[in-house]
Design a protein around this ligand. Structure first.
Ligand code: IPM
Ligand code: MN
Length: 360
């Protein structure tokens, strides 16, 4: 197989973790004889510095041309504390999602047996947890108009809007996924307060008739926030709107032991984009200490979702499991004997070649 992958390392720890994911993809390419070509492009604060635009035209073109996109992180503290900044790195991420039609963000959440002790949650609560969140990604309050400030500057407003079509297309993906899992979709909303949530409920209920084998239930987001901590084993497929999905997936990452473990796929119209959910983590940037597993597992999702390479994808996941079990991990997981970002990346490459040799 011959494929082009656009690599957008971005800001903070993005470049370090993305480099490990690329290394792992290259080793998969060698092992399975796939010709994977990588082309880097600028995004985020890194792009603002060079072009003034967090998602420059050249990057958009590179993304559109690619067969898949591997993305690191966006964000820079320089902008976080400057509410007057006209251009913000995050705008690049939002523009990218919108322009590439990435309307569904898929975030799997699982616990690792070896990491059960480091989660602040009790082992018996998180053991065996395995669910996936489908977060709508290009609608809702992140994009709704009007938004802004009143003329006197003393009030501000955002709008949350959704159309049936926007709800249906992401919901279909969630139901399709549920059919291959434990056949339960939980719609997380705030239908007791929000008009958009009531539209979600009505629309998803109707859609559920197309999936008679899938059970659909509803949960208010405040209750879901509690359930994720209290009884996360309940969930199979969680379907939700943009902002609720943003919040509950950070919350859910606690189950895996570290925010650094979670990968994600953003899919939709054409090309898919894969990124760890941890963000730019500027305090760790350049220190070679960041956890690369989220990025490496995102590369595994890329192989599965964009290229249909299931075996290759599973090999990466196996290698990550093994490294976690051996305690070959970064300091967010093991403070006593931490490995560097690069060491962990190298270890995954070497486990992959060992496992591949055994398989062949
Ligand atoms: C995420 C991030 C982004 C979001 C930020 C950086 C705009 O938190 O991908 O979850 O809120 O969607
Ligand atoms: Mn987030």
């Amino acid at each position: 197989m011959k494929k082009n992958i656009a690599v957008l390392p971005g800001d903070g720890i993005g470049p370090e973790v993305t480099a490990q994911a690329v290394k792992v993809l290259k080793s998969i390419g060698q092992t399975y004889n796939h010709e994977l070509d990588f082309a880097e492009a600028l995004v985020g604060a890194a792009a603002i510095g060079v072009t003034g635009d967090p998602f420059p035209k050249a990057t958009e073109e590179a993304c559109v041309k690619a067969d898949a996109i591997l993305f690191g992180a966006i964000g820079d503290p320089k902008y976080d504390n400057d509410p007057t900044a006209k251009v913000r790195p995050e705008q690049g991420l939002l523009a990218m999602r919108k322009k590439l039609g990435l309307f569904a963000n898929v975030r799997p959440v699982a616990s690792y047996d070896a990491l059960l002790p480091i989660s602040p949650l009790k082992e018996e609560i998180i053991k065996g947890v395995d669910f996936v969140v489908f977060r709508e990604l290009t609608g809702g309050i992140y994009f709704g108009q009007p938004r802004g400030r009143s003329e006197d500057g003393n009030s501000a407003f955002d709008s949350c809007t959704y159309s049936k079509e926007e709800i249906i297309r992401v919901s279909r993906l969630a139901f399709d996924a549920a059919q291959n899992r434990n056949k339960r979709v939980t719609l997380v909303d705030k239908a007791n307060v929000l008009a958009t949530s009531r539209l979600w409920r009505e629309t998803v209920k109707e859609l559920a008739f197309d999936y008679p084998d899938v059970e659909l239930d509803f949960m208010f987001v405040d209750n879901a926030a509690m359930k994720i901590i209290q009884n996360p084993g309940y969930f199979d497929v969680v379907l939700t709107e943009n902002m609720f999905g943003d919040i509950i997936t950070d919350e859910a990452s606690v189950i895996s032991g570290s925010l650094g473990m979670l990968p994600s796929a953003s899919i939709g119209k054409e090309v898919g984009l894969y990124e760890p959910i941890h963000g730019s983590y500027p305090q760790a940037a350049g220190k070679n200490i960041a956890n690369p597993f989220g990025a490496i597992l995102s590369a595994a999702m890329l192989l599965e979702y964009s290229f249909g390479l299931l075996e290759e994808s599973q090999l990466i996941q196996k290698a990550v499991n093994q490294a976690v079990e051996e305690g070959f991990v970064t300091e967010d997981i093991n403070n006593d004997n931490p490995k560097s970002t690069e060491e962990v990346g190298d270890e995954i490459v070497s486990i992959i070649s060992e496992l591949a040799a055994v398989n062949s």
